[in-house]
Design a protein around this ligand. Structure first.
Ligand SMILES: [Zn+2]
Length: 201
């Protein structure tokens, strides 16, 4: 039985590394698949991990129909035995619904990787739809840590060293420039208290 599996975590939880490892393991067993992403930090059409690994990927735009694309690729003779999606927090709800159809109607396994909540602690639309539709939701096993040493569970947006909790969910060219706007993972307590590492010193 094919499944839609959703691996979620904070930033720095190694999700792109796991996405690339999942792709590698299947490729080395002779399986052929499709890798999709949206707005990877490394640029368009690529998945990069902080450990330095990377792979080319198909960039998903809001209007893109994943189900129809796979259907036509298969009709043209392409073998697609699995689908790996990274940065699924930036996917549209409709994309997640299309992925469910890929699983149910084509019998193809889909592995989705993404960040659960934004810097305001709110679910991204794509992440919310994945929780609603996935066969399994699995937290990433690599735990990111807050500056205090506790398990980091939330993402903070930091502008000029100060944590901000208002603004657009996605910034153009996310992850921003390190000097002005960046992101930091925190435990819930320090996220609620708005104490990021710069403020803790
Ligand atoms: Zn903390």
């Amino acid at each position: 039985m094919a499944e839609l599996i959703y691996y979620c975590g904070t930033m720095d939880s190694g999700k792109s590394t796991l996405a690339l490892q999942t792709a590698h393991n299947r490729k080395s067993r002779g399986l052929e698949g499709l890798i999709l992403t949206n707005r990877d930090r490394g640029g368009t059409g690529v998945i990069t991990s902080r450990l330095g690994l990377q792979a080319t990927a198909f960039e998903v735009s809001p209007e893109f129909d994943i189900f129809e694309y796979i259907k036509s690729e298969k009709a043209n003779g392409r073998k697609i035995e699995y689908v790996i999606c990274d940065e699924t927090q930036f996917f549209e709800r409709s994309h997640i619904e299309q992925l469910s159809r890929v699983v149910d109607e084509m019998g193809i396994d889909v592995f989705a990787f993404g960040i659960l909540t934004d810097f305001r602690t709110k679910l991204f639309p794509g992440s919310e739809r994945l929780i609603e539709l996935a066969d399994r939701v699995l937290p990433l096993q690599v735990e990111a840590l807050c500056w205090c040493g506790a398990r980091a569970t939330h993402n903070a947006r930091v502008a000029n060293g100060v944590m901000v909790t208002e603004g657009d969910q996605i910034l153009p060219g996310d992850v921003g420039t390190p000097q002005t706007i960046g992101y930091e993972v925190l435990c819930r307590k320090h996220h609620m208290q708005k104490v990021n590492s710069a403020r803790s010193q």
